[in-house]
Write a protein that binds this ligand. Structure first.
Ligand SMILES: CC(C)(COP(=O)(O)OP(=O)(O)OC[C@H]1O[C@@H](n2cnc3c(N)ncnc32)[C@H](O)[C@@H]1OP(=O)(O)O)[C@@H](O)C(=O)NCCC(=O)NCCS
Length: 210
């Protein structure tokens, strides 16, 4: 069931640390994140074991390994907040990590992953899309990654997905694509730091210019 629509200014974006180990109210937050994850999944495995592995690959492992890069958007009141969107991030290069070995296509993006190592997954409750909440979550992550001196961030998504337009609008640029099943996935990246500084002629390459 979707949360009730709220004025967008009432939605708060917050970084959550150690969500998976916390109890009490945090369990509701975790349940809210998992509800949105499941509702936005393009497919859901019918076997419980496969469903657990699927959720682990795309959500739970981030909560375990990068608890400092978990963000949620809350609607509702101060007393009864409701999760209306979330973002999980990862700083390390996924093409070099055993954790992402199931995603064979990453090897075709190895060079791009080296330049833009961080990545993210963001999902918004369908009653809250198109109101700038996804952008706010991504800006919160980017601010955090910049503070940690991460050079760049990427997402991989389906060539024909509507979200390609969203990422492009907020400063991501397509750098590569590769076949996956019947279609292709695209590697979209955004630079966070320019080690050469603003006087470098390459400075504006894939910078955020919206
Ligand atoms: C993509 C998504 C995270 C963007 O967050 P948002 O808060 O809706 O985004 P904003 O309000 O900042 O920007 C609006 C843009 O989001 C995208 N968007 C809106 N609704 C969407 C939907 N149902 N599916 C995919 N993208 C959508 C569009 O690009 C839209 O711009 P457009 O109307 O000009 O096409 C969010 O819409 C969503 O969760 N979509 C479904 C799941 C998804 O695609 N997640 C990303 C996986 S890589």
């Amino acid at each position: 069931m979707s949360a009730q629509p709220l004025a967008v200014e009432a939605v708060r974006v917050q970084r959550l640390v150690g969500l998976e180990c916390a109890g009490g109210d945090q369990n509701d937050v975790l349940a809210g994140i998992r509800r949105i994850f499941r509702a936005t999944a393009a497919r859901w495995p019918s076997e419980p074991e496969a469903a657990r592995a699927f959720q682990d690959l795309w959500l739970d492992q981030y909560l375990r390994h990068e608890p400092e890069l978990v963000f949620a958007a809350f609607g509702g009141s101060e007393q009864t907040p409701v999760v209306v969107g979330y973002l999980v991030g990862c700083k390390l290069n996924p093409a070099l990590s055993e954790r992402f070995v199931a995603l064979g296509y990453l090897q075709n993006f190895a060079a791009e992953c080296a330049r833009f190592p961080a990545h993210l997954h963001v999902n918004i409750d369908d009653g809250f899309r198109g109101r700038g909440i996804g952008e706010r979550l991504i800006e919160a992550l980017c601010e955090r990654l910049r503070a940690d001196d991460v050079a760049g961030v990427h997402v991989v998504t389906g060539r024909d997905q509507r979200n390609v337009g969203f990422y492009t609008r907020i400063g991501f640029r397509e750098l590569a694509r590769t076949p996956r099943g019947q279609t292709e996935v695209v590697f979209l990246a955004r630079k966070l730091h320019d080690p050469a500084g603003p006087n470098n002629p390459q400075h504006n390459e894939s910078s955020h210019n919206s």
